[in-house]
Design a protein around this ligand. Sequence first.
Ligand code: FES
Length: 136
Amino acid sequence: MARPDDYAARPPAGERLCALADIADPGAKAFRFRDGDLLFAGFVVRAGELIRGFIDRCPHAAYPLGYYGTDQFLTKAGDRILCAAHGALFTLEGEGVCNPCQGQWLTPWEVEVRDGDVFTAAFTPPAPRTPDARAG
Ligand code: FES
């Protein structure tokens, strides 16, 4: 689930992240953006035609998924995203397939490929919660 601070340091749509060829196939690549004290942490997964971006936070205990300082987010076989903290596995589309994250989803980070480069894509931040929404 997205949090309001996921969006504070998030790069705007249209920012070039890297060349597609810079991401192993299958593989992943971490990205960090800082805005003052705020940090946005995301990663992009590549497997053939599949390109997906995610916010780098496990739904179990909110730890970053990858091994710190690396682009290692996938299992050795390259067919699952692995949380390095407690071993949760996710499909490359972001669905948790074992405990402690069975049935939970990684938070998407919208990205797209244009002319061989990976860019941030347009997104709609969730509406802020209101007292009425919490009561419902
Ligand atoms: S933080 Fe990912 S499995 Fe615990």
